[in-house]
Design a protein around this ligand. Sequence first.
Ligand code: MG
Length: 337
Amino acid sequence: MEFSAETIRLDLIHPFRIAREVSDHKHNVLVRISDDGLTGIGEAAPSRYYKEDAGSVLRALEEAPALLAGDPFELEATMNRLASRFPGDPSARAAVDIALHDLAARRLGVPLYRWLGLDPAKTPVTSFTIGIDEPETIRRKVREAAGYPALKIKLGSEKDLEIMHAIRSETDARIRIDANAGWTADQAVEMVKRLSEFDVELVEQPLPPGSPEDWRRVREAAPMPIIADESVLTSTDVPAMAGLVDGVNIKLMKCGGVREAQRLIHTARAHGMSVMIGCMIETSVAITAAAHLSPLADYADLDGNLLIFNDPFSGVAVRQGRLILPEGPGIGVAPRP
Ligand SMILES: [Mg+2]
């Protein structure tokens, strides 16, 4: 199989601020794997928070060709080899995993969701994310997002309540909150109570990972479901969070791809948890790959491509907030004309 990797620069429509950082562009890595006249495409969206960047992804991918099987269908063995060689490079592994799923489903001539046995009519509504900003800018962004029935609002600054008032002055949309580990336990207990006045659907990652007794306190105080994101990377992180949260946010870039994401979803379900499928800032390649899994999720937060000005691909579409999966073989993305 032929293998190539290239870095791409993605420019964001608005500078994107969350509790811990702000950025106006992002470097991701595209992977292409070809075999027998067909090419599968994958993407790594590395995150500094998880100690990856485009350089570390490219370094890991230098060794990837030697670890591939001759057969794109040998996913279990291939991904296990990559996981033991690159335990700290989940987004690099996700790029290979997505490209192999694309290639194998193309070989079968079916869309990925069909190979996975999923119903494309069961995709959830995706939220559209509003980063931390001045209340006036937030109001404008909320007006721009009028077509989305669910918004994910980033909190975790000293302006949290001002932001919430600004948002509710503009919209009745479903509101999901993501604090990105930005609150202390006392702040989180206070905030989940205050947020109930704003009709909030759920609160994601109120606290930094660790400190189970703090998570328990917050969940007991919260009238809405609490979802873990930064606390759960792979399926092996789920049992420790059982009883502390109501659900988990699963991302291909944290867990290493479509294959581990399925394991993670089933592990979360086995612990009685709800499932959100989320993303980083990603092109339509990785977003569409995740969207093929979304019929297994209760919530989708797959808007990373919508925040990019220069997405080189088209794939999954969003209609009245709902994810519409492409019908082409594989993940079904195509270069934008
Ligand atoms: Mg999150």
